[in-house]
Each structure stands twice: as structure tokens, then as C-alpha cells.
Design a protein around this ligand. Sequence first.
Ligand SMILES: Nc1ncnc2c1ncn2[C@@H]1O[C@H](COP(=O)(O)OP(=O)(O)O)[C@@H](O)[C@H]1O
Ligand SMILES: [Mg+2]
Length: 234
Amino acid sequence: MSFLIGEKMTGGYGGADILHDCTIAADQGEIAVIVGPNGAGKSTAMKAVFGMLNIHSGRVMLDGEDITALTPQARVAKGMAFVPQTSNVFPTMSVEENLEMGAFLRRDNIQETIDQVYELFPILGDKRRQNAGELSGGQRQQVAVGRALMTQPKVLMLDEPTAGVSPIVMDELFDRIIEVARTGISILMVEQNARQALDIADKGYVLVQGRNRYTDTGQALMNNPDVRKSFLGG
Ligand SMILES: Nc1ncnc2c1ncn2[C@@H]1O[C@H](COP(=O)(O)OP(=O)(O)O)[C@@H](O)[C@H]1O
Ligand SMILES: [Mg+2]
């Protein structure tokens, strides 16, 4: 069984179900990528794994423990971090204050982790006193990822971290995400830039209408003619 798994999740926002028997998972040090059309339920699946949505069947397991009933905050305490698709920084707070906010659950010294974030994203160190809202889109996403890393998570969940950034900035961010995965953290990531994301993915999921359509290695999905034609633009 995977380190993190949302298994056969069915549920929604109170009305009709959005997810149907949906399974997504990531192992330690692995990058798992979720792709699929708009409205497929990718963000909903992430929220379900993080506990922001009630599923009425299926379960979420972390390191062998059933965490289905836990609140998001309790999941953070267990080692999960989630960067949502929107509103993922505090725009009127400085970069460093954003990082400090990320560590709100910790009682130990957080300076070392702040330094690690600045090592990973040097531009954030340069701009530590600047308000996050004044940064470029790519830099704001770095703040969001950095803030999530402040809890020293075992699992990092990212919902469209490269939304609205240039191809060069996207490549850079993916390189940093690979670096994070190499430290042993599991990455579960939703991406619109499906091709580029599957290229760095150990494992990929194609979701359609809340269901798993294809599940395979990133490379196999990229080489699958049906996946290419329908989801990767040919
Ligand atoms: N907060 C919400 N309340 C009710 N329905 C929602 C909410 N968020 C998303 N949905 C619906 O759930 C479906 C899947 O949305 P979403 O998970 O955001 O898709 P994706 O991230 O793949 O684009 C859509 O039909 C969307 O309208
Ligand atoms: Mg989404």
C-alpha cells in the first residue's frame, strides 16, 4: 500500500456526488500527478484527501493509518501539507511572515526551516521583507510552497502550482519540486500543464468526471496514444 492513498473515494459537496470510486496515491519520495479536463474533480479529490470534503465511501490512509475521520488540521499534525489552487498566500503579509504563519503548529525553532526554504527559493530570501502580494505569480507560488514546507511535512499536496506562470518559471518550479521529492517527501500534484507534469511524474492519474480513467507511470501515460489524443493535445 502507498504511503498516502485516497482509496475508492465517493462524495461531493452535499449535492450529487462529484467523486466516484476515485483513487489517488503517492509513495515516499514519489511525484504523483493528477491531470484531466476542467471540472473533472481534480481539486475535489485533493480536498477529499486533505479532509476538506466528506466522503461517504472509501478511505484515506497515511503511513498505514486510517485518517478518513480526521480534520485538515489534524492531518497537518500527521505530516500533510496542502497548497490550494487559489488564495494560497497572505498578500498583505511579508514573505517571511507568510513562512512563519506556515509554522503555526510548531513549538520548536523554525529558523532552520526558514533558511532551508530560502535555500530552495533564493529569491524569497532576497524579498523576505516584501509583501507577498507584490511578488510575481511565480514568486507567490514559491511562497505558497515554502509556507507548506514550514510544517516539515511528509506529504506535500499541490493544486496547480504553475497556474498562470511562464514556461520558464514552470520548469524552474518543477525542478524545485523534484528536489523536494528527493528529500523523501511524497508529492501529490494537480496540473493543467499535463505534458510537462507527467514528464516529471513517477505516477500519473487521468481523472474524468470524478472517476479514474487512466493510471500508469508518467512515461507510459505520455506514450499512450489515447491519452495523448484526448488529454495531451495530440
Ligand atoms: N465548493 C463547491 N461546491 C459545489 N460544487 C463544487 C464546488 N467546487 C467544485 N464543485 C463542482 O465539482 C466539480 C469538480 O470541480 P473541481 O474539483 O474544481 O474540478 P477540477 O479541479 O478538475 O477542475 C465541478 O462540477 C464543480 O462545479
Ligand atoms: Mg481544480
